[in-house]
Design a protein around this ligand. Sequence first.
Ligand code: F0G
Length: 416
Amino acid sequence: MNLKCVRCGRTLDASISAVRCACGGLLEVRHDLGELDADELRRLWTGRRASLAPEDRSGVWRFRELVAPPGEMVTRGEGNTGLYPVPELAGWAGVGELFLKHEGENPTGSFKDRGMTVGVSAAKRVGARVVACASTGNTSASLASYAAISGLACVVLVPAGKVSGAKLSQATAYGARTLLVRGNFDAALSLLQSMADELELYVLNSVNPWRLEGQKTVMLEVLEMLGWRAPDWVVLPGGNLGNTAAFGKALEEARDLGLIERLPRMAVVQAEGAAPFVRAFESGWTDLRPVLPETVATAIRIGNPVNYPKARDVLRALDGVAVAVSDREILEAKALVDRSGVGCEPASAASLAGLKKLRERGVISEGSRVVCVLTGHILKDPDATTWYHSGCFEHSNQPVEVEASEQAIRTVMGRL
Ligand code: F0G
């Protein structure tokens, strides 16, 4: 196992503490795939689900052969999340079969925990004292928790006034030093990266290659649950594009190892007001032009995604597409995911909204078997949910206040 720079191609030892190459390029973890056997891995990984050992119970570390060197593992038993078949939503979107992979079921309520268990373990391995991130909310909540259980100090930079209160409350409650930066996420991340050496901070944004190794396991679990038969499409929301990079890497490695016979296609969905990746895709992969981001889905309110080079290569390799959806479409899709009983935060629902749009455009065909990834829990942004249901949208479900009397209840109840 070693690290390779995706820009200059230099190979580096896996034990280094730097998270970027000296040339400024992104690093990628390289595994010795030649030594691994697909049948053996399938047996080993699924077998570990019956074990009570923390490193086996974790839905990240049970795939450790494709994740990170074993050693001290800072784990909360993350992963092993549900894959829900949702025939009614498949009908709404117009596809043959639809599954929702619910990453909101992780310990702090988002997919970030899969990356943090590996990233914070790496921080311990390299002897870091303080871990840090910039965040639209979920990364900070997750890092704060994993830092607390590992005994590391933690600093998080979040855009002032643009993070859901639920996420902010997690970061502060888990004990992170929380800085409300008067600027957007991109500004906060840029500041953090330029000051990390001076302040001796170990950066745990998705520029950190170990984080992405953890996030790969979302795809390994999906493939395992589908009997190692790839779906036709994987659809996910895109912000800083860490998942796009990680999921693509997982799928390519799975194909190279013979775990699956063919690659699925991938669709990355961004909010219209924060869609630099979609613009780059539509213009034939010219350089990324950063935008000033704005969207109700604050988790993906990102205008200058750091993982652009990796994500672009993934879309090319997987014959993928990128599509933008409006805030209204995101909220409608969220209302439907919520109403199905599964539930998610606004950014997550971009995946379902994007699926519908791509189906309408004929990019995704009628009989397709699709997995939409839900990235965060329904309780991550209760204000957005309450706002929707107190309004006059198609799927609004307003609560009714009544007098405390049998007659009043009889009157308003009607027939259900
Ligand atoms: N969905 C949710 C719920 C997120 O929190 C994020 C990113 C994304 C999607 C986008 O994922 O960056 O891998 O493309 N949240 C980060 C944060 C930026 O700070 O919590 P991506």
